[in-house]
Design a binder for this molecule. Structure first.
Ligand SMILES: [Zn+2]
Ligand SMILES: [Zn+2]
Length: 242
């Protein structure tokens, strides 16, 4: 299984996942122009992407769903977000897949088990993916205060690490961030410590790669995060980001 992070963070999220002959996207949070450009850079034809999974209805995760759907890509996203109507206008009906937590959806060679995350009241799904021909598994969770699922035997882990608490506290002390804003971030995103505690609970014996996603430029240090996770897990850690 090969992961190509096209972009990660509050400006836009999109990750290519390749397994065997199959290619999917996680998130469509780049603008149409930027997504086209990134796919071109990696020599990926949009016609070869069969599915795009969108975790929740924030712009940095769904900006180019209309373009993808018009080019034949099936788009899966939380059914509650579809009910609000926006996505019914953006995505062709025959290419829209409504995802329910804990109900497995099958698309081509992929099995998708969505699970609930905690994003300050907005319905947000994480995904456990199985690519049947290669039997490879991927766990994906972003934009959440914590993760209740404890995956076992996963080949690739993709997890948000948005902030390190010490940097948030520094910003508040310096007066560049309000205390309310700090609380809001802590209610809706993962800290390095929360991720380390989560990883401690997982069986990582089969895990080959760990990706840290959605880092905040201001409230995190990529190198410190990489080192901390590598030390905790002994696995190769990649920071997704521009
Ligand atoms: Zn986001
Ligand atoms: Zn979000």
């Amino acid at each position: 299984m090969k992961i190509i992070p096209l972009s990660s963070g509050s400006h836009g999220n999109s990750y290519v996942v390749k397994a065997g002959e199959d290619t999917i996207l996680l998130e469509a949070g780049l603008s149409q122009g930027d997504l086209k450009h990134s796919l071109w850079d990696y020599d990926i034809n949009v016609k070869d992407i069969e599915l795009c999974l969108v975790s929740h209805s924030h712009q940095d995760h769904f900006k180019s769903v209309e373009w993808l759907s018009n080019r034949g890509v099936k788009v899966g996203l939380p059914s509650s977000a579809v009910e609000k109507g926006l996505f019914k206008r953006l995505i062709r009906k025959d290419r829209l897949i409504e995802l329910e937590p804990y109900k497995t959806a099958k698309q081509g060679n992929w099995y998708v088990k969505p699970f609930e995350l905690e994003h300050d009241g907005i319905e947000n799904l994480g995904f456990l993916l199985l690519h049947a021909p290669t039997d490879e598994r991927l766990f994906y969770a972003t934009d959440t205060a914590f993760i209740k699922e404890v995956p076992q035997n996963v080949d690739v882990m993709m997890i948000e690490i948005n902030f390190q608490k010490k940097y948030l506290e520094e910003s508040v002390k310096e007066g560049t961030m309000s205390r309310e804003n700090m609380r809001r971030i802590m209610r809706s995103h993962m800290s390095l410590q929360t991720t380390l505690d989560f990883l401690k609970a997982c069986d990582l014996s089969k895990t080959k790669q760990i990706y840290a996603l959605h880092l905040s430029g201001r409230n995190s240090n990529a190198e410190e995060i990489r080192e901390a996770i590598q030390e905790e897990t002994g696995k190769p850690v990649y920071i997704a980001g521009r």
